[in-house]
Design a protein around this ligand. Sequence first.
Ligand SMILES: Cc1cc2nc3c(=O)[nH]c(=O)nc-3n(C[C@H](O)[C@H](O)[C@H](O)COP(=O)(O)OP(=O)(O)OC[C@H]3O[C@@H](n4cnc5c(N)ncnc54)[C@H](O)[C@@H]3O)c2cc1C
Length: 467
Amino acid sequence: MSAVTVAEPRTVSSVAVASSSRWWRDVTAAFAWAVVLFVVALWVAGGGLSAFGSAGDGLTNVGRLAGLLASALMLLQLLLMARIPIVEQAWGQDELARVHRLVGFTSFTLMLAHIGLVIVGYSVGTGAGVVGTFLDEVAHSPGMLLALAGALALVMVVVTSIKRARRRLRYESWHLLHLYAYLGAGLALPHQLWSGQDFRASTASTVFWWGLYVAPLVSVLTFRVVVPLARSLRHRLVVDHVVAESPTVTSVVLTGRNLHRMPVRAGQFFQWRFLDGPGWTRANPYSLSAAPDGRSLRLTVENVGGSSGRLAGLRPGTRVLVEGPYGRLHAGVRTREKSVLIGAGIGITPLRSLLEELPPGPDATVVIYRIGRRDDLVLSEELVSLAATKGARVTAVVGHRQSARDSWLPVEASHVDDAEALTRIVPDIAERDVYVCGALAWMDAVIAAARRAGVAQESIHHERFGY
Ligand SMILES: Cc1cc2nc3c(=O)[nH]c(=O)nc-3n(C[C@H](O)[C@H](O)[C@H](O)COP(=O)(O)OP(=O)(O)OC[C@H]3O[C@@H](n4cnc5c(N)ncnc54)[C@H](O)[C@@H]3O)c2cc1C
């Protein structure tokens, strides 16, 4: 087992950070709504409400609005996923992924409505029929062939994101296909430029639409390419050593230059690329399992597949590239004085590092560690010794999961209500922040139980180890 190093608690005011992130959340949500309203306003200003002379005009006109909203939402969601630090910290990746999915499906539905309404609208009175009008538009209108290719790319992205289809794909394949969304957005632009009267209707609309296309492009390049590369070059991370925590769990300790300047907190995660061979092209998310001490970083990984299995064989000196840090599972989002950390299996890793940064005090932090079998305990010795230093309490909840109902408790405790179990372990849980990390369905059960036990929504912080 690795030694425990107790990090100095940060002096930053957690409550101030929590309220500033709530403020940014409201600002970004207001910005998104303002964009949507502005699109409608531009449509109205361009005569949207008056162009209902015939059935065909009416359909085309509504279709135009649907297309404009589809574009705006698609560009907004590229912005959402650009990992802009303020947005990422305000929402957290879990919530961003949920909103991304919702906005993505809405944008896609509007795009289909746009295509259908405009084609049917054009076809009224032409005698060419819907199919004929469609073919004519694709063949003769500027940019339309590219727009069709863009729409097909987006159809593929959406179809492969439907949960049932996604489960059949390897994560890597799904992610690669998902990147076609950028292509879809890029191919639709010329059609909007050439044929979209709204794009060129006024200076305001031209500036607005160019801004809406350029902002995601610049943000994605900046925050997903330039900043990670610059950070990796600046800190020159290398593998220092590897520790076998158990037959299936490995810790990797990294060192680098000026790590005390890296803006990372205990509980956060990076996307890691280990430059040890062909697998380096794939980035995997792993949390810090020890609080950053300015000299080293540590991650602890369970071997579940190709990339995670490679880590046990990493050689000292292997170069490492990182994207991040990401995630809101840190002490900065606290809303209360006391905390409960609830982790399952390998989900204990960010909570182990977070415990280092939380303030000490008798029973100030309670750790609930859910595992299937005692053999599944990871980092348990250092967790217990760290808890003793901090005045924290650790409770292991052991046993196999229930199949009869969705519950965070093991089958041996199937007679106990989920929320009651939490209040039995932590009677004042409603007065605490609750940090949760583990598998998706299990986390949903914990969060539901915590809400029923009286914990406020804004006091529950979570990171899902999967999408
Ligand atoms: C925010 C976050 C933090 C995480 N922290 C840790 C940690 O500290 N320790 C740990 O052991 N595990 C952690 N995980 C899980 C870990 O990322 C996956 O187990 C790992 O990427 C699996 O890759 P693989 O090639 O070994 O397995 P594969 O067989 O390729 O994948 C197994 C499953 O892992 C998930 N997965 C694979 N690649 C990714 C990816 N790039 N992004 C998201 N999910 C993926 C998918 O659900 C997939 O079905 C974390 C996951 C997330 C999302």
